[in-house]
Design a protein around this ligand. Structure first.
Ligand SMILES: C[S@@+](CC[C@H](N)C(=O)[O-])C[C@H]1O[C@@H](n2cnc3c(N)ncnc32)[C@H](O)[C@@H]1O
Length: 223
């Protein structure tokens, strides 16, 4: 789906989103977030923040920026900010695929139930483009925490709003070290002419519905 279509879908969803998805994805979000260690003063970006279901989990001493393309979802997140009296949170309407942040801006990027909506399976430009943007805005050693539908879940491809699946194999293509170890020895394809970033997986896990992972941004990349 293009950003305009996503926006229309989620603007409609906004009122009922928490009732439908609030509980279902909570174990994945909690596990992925729990694996990271934010310190006071750290900067966090949540991409595709939706209604702000994670907002209460970020320590008050951190600067939190949340972006989303859907105005309706952002309105819900703004309500959370007001109700909880969060002074450390800024919400912006912005496309995850063209983020207006400077390089090395954040210590952590969080993306829950978002990446399956970006780009198309088989389109290497969109796949690497998404991760290149996240790598660009992360500081050296910064972390990405994400949840996506499990590849073997009936919802991964069953949901007509999903445009790609990300599994453990996908993560190998983000690590320059994996290319060095595997290209020519396993069926791993060589995308090093396209992918100039570098992420190292630090943790992966599964719930009934989700694949969860954290990645560390290696900067400069081990090219
Ligand atoms: C399934 S919801 C997940 C919301 C939230 N992260 C959560 O876990 O509850 C996906 C969210 O990503 C947003 N989104 C989809 N494509 C986006 C894009 N290109 N840029 C920014 N946000 C996007 C949608 O508007 C929606 O709020």
């Amino acid at each position: 789906m293009d950003a305009r279509s996503v926006e229309r879908v989620y603007d409609r969803y906004a009122r009922i989103y928490d009732r439908v998805f609030g509980g279902v994805f909570e174990p994945g979000r909690a596990a992925a977030l729990g694996g990271l260690q934010l310190r006071p003063g750290d900067s966090v970006l949540e991409v595709g923040i939706g209604t702000g279901l994670c907002l209460a989990r970020y320590p008050h001493g951190c600067r939190v920026v949340g972006i989303d393309v859907s105005h309706g979802m952002l309105q819900r997140a703004a309500r959370q900010v007001r109700v909880r009296g969060l002074r450390n949170v800024e919400l912006l309407r912005m496309d995850a695929q063209a983020m207006a942040f400077q390089d090395n801006s954040f210590d952590e990027v969080h993306a829950y139930e978002l990446l399956e909506h970006l780009g198309q399976q088989g389109d290497i430009w969109s796949f690497f483009g998404t991760f290149a943007e996240i790598h660009r805005i992360l500081r050296p050693e910064g972390r990405l925490a994400a949840t996506v539908p499990r590849w073997d879940s009936m919802w991964a491809w069953g949901d007509p709003g999903h445009t790609r699946v990300i599994n453990e194999g996908s993560l190998a293509f983000l690590s320059q070290e994996q290319y060095r170890l595997q290209v020519g020895k396993t069926p791993m394809a060589d995308y090093r002419s396209v992918w100039k970033g570098d992420f190292e997986p630090t943790w992966t896990g599964f719930t009934e519905h989700n694949f969860m992972f954290t990645l560390r941004a290696v900067k400069p990349a081990r090219l």
